[in-house]
Ligand binder design. Structure first.
Ligand code: ADP
Ligand code: MG
Length: 408
């Protein structure tokens, strides 16, 4: 139990981060200054060109100056958005169509490296300006320009090198509140989900906080899960399925549903990305420290039937308890006989409120009688009780890509 006084003090200290907010708005004003400067330079350039006074060197220098201004403006926006997001408050741009690519994995290390490389870019432009105008540049200025540029490159390289191990370290203990990033995260104040143990056995021992695990373990779990391919949430084109519930999938991407022992059902026509999303959530669960097992419904049927034939169905179901998440892909393509449907019922009933399932199906739960016969209502009822049902709609992504490839 935490001491409430220290918690309140901590929160109060944490709240002082808002003092930084005005600084970022100050930088926005500085950005405005650069916009003014840019158009002033541009206007001068246009006037010079129109009046016929612009030499080629002049034009090149003026354009370089414009590029320079734009690069500094880019640097500014990176500091403003990245800094605000990292040090003050989440902006919540996930899913925004203009969300910068770098913002999804920004942290103070990434920011430092980005800044250093932006500075190298700016100093290259300066150096280029000097070389273009070499006849009017004193030798010592050239020399120092080059030396300083080299120093920038060296410091950027050192920062980039250092951010590798540092980022890996931070990643292990670091939070991630945004859905598009990995679920391994530092707990937010008042957020206890991340500290949950993977899964308790019925004779539960007191939960030990999950130790931050190195990536190798997550990789091992991903390999052991038996995914047919590696599909990531980051690679999922959210514009494709019609009426796609982006919010729901982003939420599920945090993998909290596994700790909460909830289920997920993806329902939709073929090719709308059900398997892709199921694997992607499975990968996230592995990264969050859970053991996962993936198989198609037909494979699960065979596995459970074999176990029953060998008289070890209970042992098999108990062994599956070791996996916090099971993925049953492609429910619906093969109808099952009553005995096999009964096995699925046992699996779902066994895991009900104890462990998670992700099921993908080409038909809504209301039509599962076509697959599971008389077992369907009881099975669907237990599965759906604590489940997020995500509907995907639209044309197949496979044929869409094929058609657009033809169109090209
Ligand atoms: P389903 O399981 O619904 O039949 P899949 O998940 O197998 O569909 O998708 C078919 C292929 O299309 C896979 O290679 C998958 O990665 C890809 N795919 C489907 N939807 C998307 C999407 N929205 N963005 C990116 N790839 C997609
Ligand atoms: Mg599929």
């Amino acid at each position: 139990m935490r001491n409430p006084t220290t918690t309140t003090l901590g929160y109060a200290l944490f709240a002082t981060r808002w003092l930084q907010a005005p600084l970022y708005f100050g930088l926005v004003a500085a950005q405005g200054v650069y916009v003014y400067k840019f158009f002033k330079e541009l206007w001068t350039l246009i006037l010079m060109c129109v009046s016929g006074h612009a030499t080629e060197t002049y034009v090149m220098l003026a354009v370089l100056k414009l590029v320079d201004v734009v690069m500094i403006a880019n640097l500014l926006i990176m500091v403003i958005v990245g800094g605000y997001e990292t040090f003050v408050s989440r902006i919540g741009l996930q899913g925004h169509r203009d969300q910068p690519e770098w913002l999804s994995h920004v942290n103070s290390n990434v920011l430092k490296v980005k800044l250093a490389t932006a500075i190298v870019g700016i100093s290259s432009v300066h150096l280029l300006q000097m070389f273009v105008d070499v006849h009017h540049t004193p030798r010592h200025a050239l020399l120092w320009g080059t030396v300083i540029h080299m120093a920038f490159i060296a410091s950027a390289a050192i920062l980039a090198y250092m951010s590798g191990p540092m980022a890996a370290h931070a990643d292990r203990g670091h939070a991630d509140r945004t859905p598009l990033r990995h679920p391994r995260a530092e707990p937010e104040p008042g957020d206890r989900r991340h500290g949950q143990p993977e899964r308790e056995t019925p004779a539960a021992t007191p939960p030990a906080p999950r130790r931050p695990e190195p990536d190798a373990d997550a990789e091992e779990r991903i390999r052991a899960a038996g995914f047919p391919a590696r599909k990531l949430l980051e690679d999922f084109d959210e514009r494709h399925p019609r009426g796609f519930d982006r919010e729901a999938v982003a939420r599920l991407g945090k993998a909290d549903f596994v700790a909460a022992r909830r289920n997920v059902v993806f329902v939709g026509p073929p090719g709308t990305g059900k398997t892709h999303l199921a694997i992607a959530l499975g990968v996230r669960a592995c990264q969050a420290g859970h053991r996962v097992l993936f198989a198609t419904a037909a494979d699960w049927a065979a596995r459970l039937s074999d176990a029953r034939a060998a008289g070890r169905l209970d042992a098999e179901l108990a062994a599956l308890d070791e996996h916090a998440l099971l993925i049953v892909d492609e429910v619906g393509y093969t109808p099952f006989d009553a005995a096999t449907a009964g096995l699925f019922f046992q699996l779902v009933a066994r895991r009900y409120e104890r462990a998670s399932l992700i099921v993908t199906s080409d038909r809504p739960l209301g039509r599962w009688d076509e697959v599971f016969g008389a077992s369907a209502p009881a099975l669907a009822d237990r599965l759906a009780h604590h489940a997020e049902v995500v509907r995907l709609d639209g044309d197949s992504y496979r044929t869409r890509r094929a058609t657009s490839a033809w169109a090209d």
